[in-house]
Design a protein around this ligand. Sequence first.
Ligand SMILES: Cc1cc2nc3c(=O)[nH]c(=O)nc-3n(C[C@H](O)[C@H](O)[C@H](O)COP(=O)(O)O)c2cc1C
Length: 320
Amino acid sequence: MLQIGRLKLLTPLILAPMSGITSFPFRILNRQFGCECCFLEMLNARSFNYMSKRSLEIVKSYEDEKPLGVQLLGSEAYYILKALDKLSGYAFDILDFNAACPRPKITRRGEGASLLRTPVKLHNLLKSMVKESFVPVTVKIRLGWDSVSKAVDIALKLEDSGIDAIFVHGRTQVQGYSGLVDYKQIKNIKDRIKIPLIASGDIFTPKLAKKMFDETGCDGVLVARGALGNPWIFKEIQNFLNTGEISNRPDVEEIKRTIKMHLDLFINFYGEKVGVIKFRKFYIWYSRGFIKVKPLRLEVSGINTKEEMIVLIEQLDRLA
Ligand SMILES: Cc1cc2nc3c(=O)[nH]c(=O)nc-3n(C[C@H](O)[C@H](O)[C@H](O)COP(=O)(O)O)c2cc1C
């Protein structure tokens, strides 16, 4: 069990916030495959205040889609608190604040991982969110800006704001998404803080998930890239943690059935034109592990209709 404030989860696995990925249809698919708690895509506090079309699309879900986490991005208390006020009209269970995004477009504005360079400012932002929020507040951080950052000090400062848990991606901003995950540093933070720590980084297989639990003592893990084209990962990790056994991987027919289900969810949500275009990258992820997929992957960039996409799905033939 994993507890974040008053939210109690039966499994210690959460679908990580992923911009451009964790949309409503993607979450629904993963929930059908055993994912208990999901994050929406990151929500820009300022754009949400202006009710931009994109931010309204991000917050779209069904009333009963629970438990659900919202992640806000921003750096100005004014917009963050106004966004919080607007969010009171939506049903969700965790309010996370993004201090982890490494993209220069974001950090140049003083947002995302850039806030790790000003922990006092970040602490104050979190403190005001804790005061105003009607659900548990969390923060997602990296291990600082670069290798000389003092990740433990930052985490302790943020814990002091009254937040209910901390998500830690075990890389620095400078590392981006490559380079080794620093398990030792995550453990150093876990050993010093009292609130739950949910770890992130390279949760690609059940064994890597267990390694994260074993080496850091974390209370939960975020599944991110490991879920791309792989909704089976949630049950597989859970099974491995419970029994030590590695589950059988899905066979070709099951994978094809799942891809078609995923495609239908996308088309129902976005309409055929946009849905198929947005689905192209998922086709590439699902095709990992199949033989002779290079020509199919090249072809997918020109696919525009459901019918054409189904033809391409049917051509996935044999797993390596
Ligand atoms: C396409 C993509 C989008 C992401 N968007 C966000 C985001 O909006 N907010 C966030 O906190 N992390 C975001 N992340 C980071 C993930 O939540 C996660 O921390 C990171 O990918 C490390 O986990 P992994 O190595 O298991 O993928 C994103 C990652 C990817 C690959």
